[in-house]
Design a protein around this ligand. Sequence first.
Ligand code: HXC
Length: 260
Amino acid sequence: KGLKYDNCNFEVKEYGVGLVTINRPKALNALCDALYQDLHDIITKMDKDEKIGAIVLTGSDRAFAAGADIKEMSDKIYPATYSTDMLAWWENIAKVRTPTIAAVNGFALGGGCELAMMCDIILAGDKAQFGQPEIKLGTIPGMGGSQRFTRAVGKARAMEMILTGDFMKADEACTRGLVSRVVPSEELVDDALKTAKKIAGMSRPIALLAKEAVNAAFETTLDTGLRFERRLFHSTFATQDQKEGMSAFSEKRTPAWKHK
Ligand code: HXC
């Protein structure tokens, strides 16, 4: 609180939602190193805050983020990219345990699309455009695009997009499962906050368990994943909130979660 960041704004809503707005308009929110530091600092602090049950990440009307910062990156040489494991740190954003929603208006390209895909849910404004155009710069996705985009939309379309650099509009992204819903762009952030509020209104540990269970689907075989899910399901019975949730149902009242 009280901290100022050059490339991001943030606020914490009284209903337990963190809102982070990428704010580097002169470069269409290109993800320079300083911007990563701001984002990481804000998001990891929010993640540790027990009062925050969901985080919304958004950009501007024109761009969620137009990619990694091309100007910052262009002169880098191979030994340095390798020895610093360039871009690896972005995975920290995907490791956040609090549920995250990317609210995407405008361009989500390259690292911007990859950043959106690190979030748990993507909501798109009707004018949003997604793409992995790195090939047009003589490089390839480096923050997860070849993996997460392929899992989201399937091999044929991912290959076509990554090999041509073409963009995908919001409606198609929705049909193919990359985004969860498309909403009018002017309503996007409010809609994302409303969705986040709903999540933040659940028991926090249970929401974290649910997120962990879904994420396991990307990492394991079906049999292992099903067992992992059951073990987490069993563990919910060790919480007061499972007792509270089920009692509240029987008593026809709203649950009052003990561990939010
Ligand atoms: C640095 C960027 C930028 C970027 C835009 N800008 N994208 N600067 N890195 N990724 C800057 C422009 O240079 C320009 O600054 C200002 O933002 C406005 O952009 P314009 O191009 O003038 O706007 P417009 O004509 O509306 O075109 C929008 C656009 C285009 C289609 C999004 O900017 C564009 O194609 N950007 C690059 C998209 C991209 O290739 N992303 C992938 C990056 S590589 P000035 O100072 O000139 O006004 C990547 C790699 C990921 O993400 C990891 C693997 C390495």
